[in-house]
Design a protein around this ligand. Structure first.
Ligand code: PLP
Length: 436
């Protein structure tokens, strides 16, 4: 496959844009380096690059594009919004409509506030939790990604009773000292952390279903235990559902049919993003009324945004949720995901390649290993070089995956059986080439 134009554009981009990319996850650093593919156009399940090569896309822009690229209902909504003026700086009726749609689908959200990204949404839930509890520390789980604000770019210390160390230059040690990191699916470590830091802990924050070190389900009882331990300690529970809300069903983890005991897994605050903007920039956070009343103009916790609630993002979000609310869309994404994941597993087995697939309805992750993936350590202990090789073989056969062994494959409402057939053919050829 000739990608010489992408290579030229990458050299040009390097002259002007730091690292040639506007988000580090788009670089190919984790898969051996070189030029990322410069895409020119997208429609449905497909991408075309600057050299005219066609790809089937499973990146879905890291999640938001759940209805496929350029979905006509979303495009029409954005066009209408653009014609009516793209930014007002005043409230609009549209914001009420999307807020109601979120509240109807996510029972713990009595009140909502729109922001511009998942990072902002998470960052503000932390501020609100701190304002409400008048405490400062946060417990988070290793490998969960919560955006790029200072407080959540902190890695684990050496155990549940130690404080974090900065994961990024530019994050002061004093900020990392406010964060305790414990392993996902490990209630004992959470218990020790809460016993150690007790009344200093404002909130326990979690991706309740993980999307950032593969797709990982909470083990039975984990979320119930987490909520109980946090609440017994007087701490709030924050769910980061930037990836997971509206991903597996029309709602969030707290009402996901794959988990029981929904009352016992209700968070106090939830952060949203990605899907709820239909592909335009958005974030939202919300939660129980008495907690959300901390937020300005009602309360002392300040948060604001020039672009927040802009009519284009809100219109795209409404249109996206309208598409997702139709009967059967999630079942169909799951049907295709089962075909694809099962086919990949069979193909890997046939070629003697060790592969573990974690699938949750229409999304899954591929781990080159022969053990289960239930936490970050297990996800790290997989063969990155083999993933890189698979990634490149698939790309050369027209399959666009995320360039990282930790990221998910996302099915969309635009994928078809023909896409799955073509992807399985590419995978068989890739596995064969990897073992040749
Ligand atoms: N939270 C989770 C779970 C995410 O996966 C992400 C982004 O991938 C974020 C927060 C940050 O969202 P954004 O990139 O919109 O700032």
């Amino acid at each position: 496959m000739n990608r010489s134009t992408s290579e030229q554009l990458y050299q040009e981009a390097l002259q002007h844009i730091v690292g040639g990319v506007n988000s580090p996850s788009r670089s190919f650093k984790a898969v051996g380096g070189g030029a990322p593919v410069f895409m020119n156009r997208a429609s449905g399940s497909k991408f075309w690059d600057e050299d005219g090569n066609e790809y089937i896309d499973y990146l879905a822009a890291y999640g938001p594009i759940i209805t496929g690229h350029a979905h006509p209902h979303i495009t029409a909504a954005i066009t209408k919004a653009a014609e009516n003026g793209i930014l007002y700086g005043t409230p609009t009726q549209l914001e009420i409509k999307l807020a109601k749609m979120l509240k109807d689908a996510i029972p713990s959200m009595d009140k909502v506030r729109f922001v511009n990204s998942g990072t902002e949404a998470v960052m503000t839930t932390i501020r609100v939790a701190r304002a409400y509890t008048k405490r400062s520390k946060i417990v988070k789980f290793a490998g969960c990604y919560h955006g790029h604000s200072d407080l959540v770019l902190v890695a684990a210390g050496s155990g549940p009773s130690t404080l974090g160390i900065p994961d990024s230059a530019g994050v002061p040690k004093s900020i990392a000292q406010e964060v305790i990191t414990v392993p996902f699916n490990d209630l004992d470590s959470l218990r020790i952390a809460l016993e150690t830091f007790g009344e200093d802990v404002a909130a326990v924050m979690v991706e309740p279903i993980v999307g950032n070190f593969g797709m990982v389900m909470p083990e039975p009882g984990f979320l119930e235990g987490l909520c109980k331990l946090a609440h017994d300690n007087g701490s709030l529970v924050i769910y980061d559902e930037v990836i997971t809300a509206f991903r597996f069903h029309y709602g969030s983890t707290q009402t996901y049919a794959g988990l029981s005991n929904h009352e016992a897994i209700m968070p106090d605050l939830t952060a949203l993003g990605k899907i709820i903007g239909g592909g335009l920039p958005i974030g939202a956070y919300g939660g129980r009324k008495h907690v959300m009343e901390q937020v300005a103009p009602l309360g002392p916790a300040y948060q604001a945004g020039t672009m927040a609630g802009n009519p284009a993002s809100i219109s795209a979000g409404i249109a996206c949720l309208e598409v997702l609310s139709a009967e059967g869309v999630y079942d169909e994404m799951e049907r295709l995901a089962i075909r694809l994941a099962d086919g990949l597993q069979e193909s890997a087995d046939r070629n003697g390649i060790l592969l573990t697939i974690n699938r949750i309805r229409g999304a899954f992750s591929t781990h080159f290993c022969n053990h289960k993936i239930t936490n970050y350590d297990e996800a790290q202990d997989t063969d990155g070089e083999q993933f890189a090789s698979f990634f490149r073989h698939m790309l050369n056969r027209g399959i666009n995956l995320a360039p990282s062994k930790y990221e998910a494959w996302f099915l969309t409402t635009a994928h078809t059986d023909a896409d799955i057939d073509a992807t399985l053919e590419a995978a068989e050829a890739s596995f064969r080439a990897m073992t040749a």
